[in-house]
Design a protein around this ligand. Structure first.
Ligand code: NAP
Length: 252
């Protein structure tokens, strides 16, 4: 279980589903005496798989996660999930507190505004949908496939880009486009122009892989509806894989 000495740690659990989690698992895999278990929710059919042991599927709430920590003798948890994965983060906080396992939140840095950006920050997807009709009528919607329902009632045209197909598009007008980052600015510019897009919607996910759409929107002078991040649960937070590796070595 938990220890001051990395050499005696039984196991590290990485809560994943992000590029950072894969990178972290890769960096940890080479460390002697550290057993790395990565956990994925199982939302994507072809996820980027980290090296080492991978388990897929929910734990069954905070209680299930706490039992997993004890059964697998987990000594450290790094929550490297997406900035909008609030539920698993809260469960990890509760489970680690109960099982007395040190936990770290690895949270990628948010995007920052550049001169020329026209970002309209909103609290959630519902507010994003409320603001859209005043901002445009042809929308580039780059939220997850599970987030589309918030826009179902709008009489606007949507270009929807998600990794997973949404099945029947739950929108009145629009089309779906498969896409997994990284994206290039030239391609994003061409896409926005080709579809006559006049407003973009995104979650404030951060990360380089999906930033190009924001640079393209800036170049075309388009407004961007930016859904704010939920606050992370209490506890230590770092914003890079290197900082997470430092925490692993230092945490008591
Ligand atoms: P969420 O709302 O925070 O979690 C919902 C439930 O999914 C959790 O209670 C848990 O089920 C299970 N779960 C989530 N992440 C898990 C993980 N890494 N390992 C095992 N179980 C997990 O999560 P979400 O927003 O649906 O995101 C699901 C996954 O997709 C996350 O791993 C996240 O990193 C990734 N992702 C999310 C987004 C996004 O925009 N939300 C974007 C890209 C990637 P139990 O309660 O049964 O344990």
């Amino acid at each position: 279980m938990a220890s001051d000495d990395l050499g005696t740690i039984t196991a590290l659990l990485i809560l994943g589903g992000t590029a950072e989690a894969v990178e972290l698992a890769g960096a940890c895999a080479a460390r002697p005496g550290l057993e790395v278990i990565s956990s994925l929710a199982g939302r994507t059919r072809t996820p980027g798989l980290p090296p080492g042991e991978v388990r897929i599927g929910g734990f069954g709430g905070a209680g299930g996660l706490a039992r997993f920590l004890v059964e697998r003798e987990i000594g450290r948890v790094i929550d490297a999930t997406h900035p909008f994965a609030a539920q698993i983060g809260a469960h990890a906080e509760q489970a680690c507190r109960e099982a007395r396992v040190p936990r770290l939140r690895l949270l990628r840095p948010p995007w920052t505004r550049e001169p020329g950006d026209n970002w309209i920050e909103v609290a959630d997807l519902v507010e994003a949908a409320q603001r859209l009709p005043e901002l445009g009528c042809r929308v580039f919607l780059t939220v997850g496939h599970q987030d589309l329902g918030a826009f179902a009632g709008l009489d606007l045209w949507f270009l929807v880009r998600t990794i997973e197909p949404p099945g029947v598009l739950p929108l009145r007008h629009g089309q779906w486009l498969a896409g997994r980052g990284p994206f290039a600015v030239e391609n994003e510019l061409a896409l926005l122009r080709a579809h006559g897009i006049d407003v973009l919607v995104t979650k404030a996910s951060g990360g380089a892989a999906t930033y190009a759409k924001l640079a393209a929107a800036r170049q075309l002078g388009l407004p961007v509806v930016m859904v704010r991040r939920p606050p992370p649960p209490p506890g230590p937070v770092v914003d890079s894989v290197n900082a997470a590796l430092t925490w692993l070595e230092r945490v008591a």
